[in-house]
Design a protein around this ligand. Structure first.
Ligand code: ADP
Length: 328
């Protein structure tokens, strides 16, 4: 059976980008068609300035939202990365497989490193090495597929390179995984800056729809989205990124196709209005289930305990084999 692994970082409140790019397909498709593991990758939240209590709180909230989005712990494994030691154990072996040059080339390292420096902060070494930990997250489980948004393509490529290199040097140990993306809205853009992605750790929330935003807040944010000059609704990612983003979000919500939808609108205002309502309806059941689950922390704890136990059992034999293969 196909093995799937994917994760989400507890660095901020989950966004519409996280939902359309990843979470929704995990819940609607992936958990049914594969042996799937979904993790809140909390160690990855420590690569930039962080508040310990906030990371803990956001971790629990992310798990609760994953369940609210429809992940069923009877069908898939839901767990927190730091509960399973194998990730860090394997990460070190992969650090001994990767080179500093290939890590310095990672776009996210360049962007987030520059951001930290601009804020007068030092760049944590883990910001450089975290793609290796991500490779360990994936390779520890013999993963075939990694369902992610487009922003993660480069990291999955690195994971593939490391798996191939390790296998060639020390004997076949790891499955070489591939990234999969949703057919539409694989890169949801910030509503206020449609040239950059909607990311949960960005400071300004005005361009970001959070899954737990009130319906009226969602409407307001979408109605105030930055659009482009001109009046005609066209699907043109380069020339009209703001409108293209709205069309993709609407298509993802309604099951349509962005180019075809464009033809149905006479004005930007009408497109925004329909997109806002579609997003509100899409998120309504998630918010309702979240409210119920958030008041039952015992259930969430139990899901995580069982998830970690199952994940450990799957990862340990492969990580042990990697230790033997590398000469330990
Ligand atoms: P973030 O950038 O919000 O911190 P994570 O790194 O935790 O997101 O990613 C969790 C998942 O959500 C990944 O599969 C990632 O590709 C996806 N994702 C994040 N932002 C977006 C976006 N704007 N559009 C589509 N998918 C996204």
């Amino acid at each position: 059976m196909t093995r799937i692994f994917s994760g989400i970082k507890p660095t901020g409140h989950l966004t519409l980008g996280n939902y359309l790019g990843a979470l929704r397909r995990w819940a609607e498709v992936d958990q049914y068609r594969a042996d799937a593991l979904f993790s809140v990758v909390d160690l990855h939240a420590l690569t930039v300035e962080h508040d310990p209590a906030r990371v803990r709180r956001l971790s629990r909230q992310a798990v609760t939202l994953m369940l609210a989005a429809g992940l069923d712990p009877e069908l898939c494994t839901v767990f927190v990365q730091s509960h399973v030691d194998e990730h860090v154990r394997l990460s070190y072996l992969l650090e001994c497989t990767a080179t500093d040059g290939e890590l310095r080339r990672m776009i996210q390292f360049k962007e987030k490193g520059a951001h930290a420096r601009a804020a007068g902060q030092s760049v944590r070494l883990s910001l450089l090495t975290y793609p290796v930990l991500m490779a360990a997250d994936i390779l520890a489980y013999g993963t075939d597929e990694v369902p992610v948004g487009e922003d993660q393509t480069q990291h999955v490529e690195l994971t593939r390179d490391l798996a191939v290199r390790f296998n060639q040097r020390y004997g076949h140990t790891f499955t070489v995984p591939k990234a999969t993306h949703p057919p539409v809205a694989a890169r949801v853009m910030d509503l206020q800056d449609p040239t950059s992605k909607m990311g949960k750790s960005h400071e300004s929330g005005a361009g970001i729809v959070y899954l737990l935003d009130d319906a009226d807040v969602v409407r307001k944010k979408i109605m105030r989205a930055v659009t482009d000059s001109g009046l005609q609704v066209e699907y043109d990612r380069e020339g009209k990124p703001g409108i293209a983003n709205l069309l993709e979000v609407l298509a993802a919500c309604s099951g349509g196709n962005p180019s075809e939808l464009a033809g149905a609108y006479e004005s930007y205002g009408a497109l925004k209005k329909d997109t806002a309502e579609a997003v509100v309806e899409l998120l309504r059941p998630v918010r309702e289930r979240h409210a119920r689950l958030a008041s039952d922390s015992g259930h969430v704890e139990e899901v995580l305990r069982k998830g970690a136990e199952r994940a450990r059992g799957m990862a340990r034999p492969r990580v042990d084999a990697a230790y033997r293969a590398i000469g330990l």
